[in-house]
Design a protein around this ligand. Sequence first.
Ligand SMILES: *Cc1c(COP(=O)(O)O)cnc(C)c1O
Length: 394
Amino acid sequence: MYENMDKEYVLNTYPRNYVNFKQGKNATLFDDKGKDYIDFTSGIGVSSVGHGNARLADALSDQVHNLIHTSNLFLIEPQAKLAKKIAELSGFDVGTFFANSGAEANEGAIKLARMYGEKKFKNKRYKVITLEHSFHGRTITTVKATGQDSFHKSDFSPYPDGFSYNKDINDIYNSIDDETVAVMIELVQGEGGVEPFEKEEVQKLAAFLKSKEILLIVDEVQTGVFRSGEFLATNLYGIEPDIITLAKGLGGGVPIGAVLTIHKDIFEVGDHGSTFGGNFLSTRAGCEVLDILEGYKNSGELDESFIYFESKLQEIAKAYPALFEKVVGLGLMRGLRCFENVDLSTLINRAFDQGVLILKAGRNTLRLLPPLTISKEEIDEGFKRLDNAFKVLS
Ligand SMILES: *Cc1c(COP(=O)(O)O)cnc(C)c1O
């Protein structure tokens, strides 16, 4: 019934699975028939503190009973608190602008970079270099910033000027000219195959860009908020970017995006804005999520989960050498790189039938993004079900 309703009234932009989820508890989802699924997707990296998290629910309940929204024309207490918390956890002297999504955060980052280019230099600097396997969002500008050609449908043209792509980090140096204002990268390309870049090569690039006064924008929409094991993957890589964007995991499911920057003097009143961005609901969610995850990190539980998840992943990769080439990713942002002849959709569907949800990513990769609070029992059960799914196929 709802499947037909969806098909009739919702625009058909997603390859939808018509399972009807009704409830969730940490990394387990339940459908309308009572069947349970281990969730290795967390809503594409969003449900960072799991489903049905009681602390998040209580905080949100308290907030919605008092205030959801007033607008950015007035002080928003949880927004100020969240911005302070983000600065503390990042270890950088950053100011934050709040948006509602990853794409919007990246739009903000690009606007900030262009304004920086305008204010700091005599010649116009506006070009942004990104990478070929990148993903930065679905607005016209962030589609253009996304390096994957398949996203640049001519139907949406003309696109904004000033974006170019390089295959690898080491190719970026040759593409820089005196109009380049920024380089935007993910440290682990989520959609692009869950392949982390080498620390040394990122550090070298960061130092080079700094010496040339070219901004380094790190898109941490997927890698941020403890997904990598540190608050920011940037912390893991030991770099200090000029601009960092966050979204997915920050609100635990409540839409939020954030632009962090050490250049706090570029945007002035009126230069950028958002009606919903940073409202009481989303920033209260962000505060609670960060509190929960900080506690989880400090108690050592987060690191234990990473190590355990990794060991199970290595096990399954070894058990099916005909399917999997290698394990990729870091923290709880993981992938199984499949051989070219392996059909990802078949694997994902079989896994679904066995009651475990997984995602795909570029370069023929299965992607695993469980909630950061996933329990050992859920990890065990998830991998048992994956094993059942892959057994049928190999
Ligand atoms: C998901 C994602 C985005 C886009 O975020 P939306 O909230 O869907 O707009 C941008 N960059 C990266 C790295 C992402 O993973």
